[in-house]
Design a protein around this ligand. Structure first.
Ligand code: HEM
Length: 395
């Protein structure tokens, strides 16, 4: 079985949890194939996942790896993003934007996010059906991150087309097809930076452009990589929380009814939906700086390691009855946002978006139901992320 399991097929994505349960029981560190990445060491138990994420011997910078992922030369600047870097660069970059994502700052977006959610539902309510991904779960976080960065609204849809091409399976062939999107995206951002330098606007990008101009805290490559990371991380994940989260509630009508009856449950409900659905199935790659032992398995120096947070989040040593959705679950120490130095910067924003989006749809559309059999739903064949291609619903 070594290396033979491909963990990013649509079939695997639809229900990876039996495989993870088997691995936790029998092979807590196993080798899998990830197209475009090659062989990866997959860590599946809660305690081991938490330990790997806190262990600086598992580095993020691919320059520390023995086999480096293929990237065309023009795209190399994008590697200068905080998620692909180790200390001290990582902390320097994270500090530059950290303030914009604190719970207090994010709380100020509450009314605006609510208006976006209501506006999206106003547009479809009379129709009686929609693809929830396209009409609701995607445009909501995309609009929020675009506005937060201060990017002209009319460019929103172009971003998603580009970013969708980029998060596809990173096979060489897909990479080749994605190159025009990548180039267009980078060209667009560089042009925007030029505009913002001469005519500053509201928003985080203008602030970053000014930091870049002011001195040595942010290089031009890092500015580009930062904008790129925030745009992609800011919506490709939350779309999955809102869509897979709504699907999970539709599959557990008793939980859905509880939430309808008591909206104050939304905070614990969203934590449980994060744990249960796993918008990120594994973390992004880490590389072993030295030979390291995890769960009695020796991981060689330079090996690519993936921490399966989706598996950790269903580990019975940490969660009672882990395969059951319980929106009132207490002490829910899930790892959906990762752990350690790279813990999700956008967690407060993602939580607020998830809470508003799910509460709004559940209360405004009391007859919401799936419009197709659940088995016919298609999951995206992407590494790292876990999400639906489309979610047809009616009411
Ligand atoms: C439900 C939604 C989200 C989930 C489940 C999620 C999950 C994660 C996880 C697991 C990581 C760590 C990856 C690793 O260690 O390899 C991460 C990092 C990150 N996330 Fe999120 N995320 C979400 C939404 C957001 C949003 C809305 C933003 C807004 C900009 C964001 C920005 C980031 C950034 C910048 C990092 C890198 C942090 C660092 O390297 O220090 N995320 N996210």
């Amino acid at each position: 079985m070594e290396h033979s399991i491909n963990i990013i097929t649509r079939e695997f994505k639809a229900d990876p949890f039996p495989f993870y349960a088997l691995m936790r029981a029998e092979k807590p560190v196993c080798c899998v194939t990830v197209p475009g990445m090659g062989k990866a060491w997959l860590v599946t138990r809660y305690d081991d996942v938490a330990a790997v994420l806190k262990d600086s011997r598992f580095a993020k910078n691919p320059l520390n790896a023995s086999e480096q992922p293929w990237l065309p030369a023009f795209a190399k600047p994008l590697q200068r993003n905080m998620l692909d870097l180790d200390e001290p660069d990582h902390a320097r970059l994270r500090t530059l934007v950290h303030k914009a994502f604190t719970p207090a700052m994010v709380e100020r977006l509450q009314e605006r996010i609510q208006r976006i959610a209501d506006h999206l539902l106003d547009a479809v309510e009379a129709k009686g059906s929609m693809d929830l991904v396209r009409a609701y779960a995607l445009p909501l976080p995309l609009t929020v991150i675009v506005e937060l960065l201060g990017i002209p609204g009319q460019d929103r849809d172009r971003f998603h087309r580009w970013s969708k091409a980029l998060v596809k399976t990173p096979t060489r062939l897909n990479m080749v097809f994605a190159l025009p999107s990548l180039m267009a995206f980078m060209r667009y951002l560089r042009q925007l930076f030029r505009q913002l330098r001469s005519a500053p606007q509201e928003g985080l990008l203008t602030a970053l452009v000014q930091v870049e101009e002011a001195g040595d805290r942010l290089s031009e490559d890092e500015l580009l990589a930062m904008a790129f990371l925030l745009l992609i991380a800011g919506h490709e994940t939350t779309v999955n929380l809102i869509s897979s989260g709504t699907l999970a509630l539709l599959q557990y009508p008793d939980q859905l009814e509880r939430l309808r009856a008591d909206p104050s449950l939304i905070k614990s409900a969203v934590e449980e939906l994060l744990r249960y659905t796993n918008p990120l199935e594994t973390t992004t790659p880490r590389y072993a700086l030295e030979e390291t032992t995890v769960a009695d398995v020796t991981i060689p120096r330079g090996a690519l390691v993936l921490a399966a947070v989706a598996s950790a989040n269903r580990d019975a040593t940490q969660f009672d009855d882990p395969d059951r959705l319980d929106i009132t679950r207490q002490a829910n120490r899930h790892l959906a946002f990762g752990l350690g130095a790279h813990f999700c910067l956008g967690a407060p924003l993602a939580r607020l978006e998830g809470q508003i989006a799910i509460n709004t749809i559940v209360h405004r559309l009391p007859h919401l139901r799936l419009a197709v059999p659940v088995e016919s739903l298609r999951w995206r064949a992407t590494p790292v992320l876990r999400g639906l291609e489309a979610l047809p619903v009616r009411w």
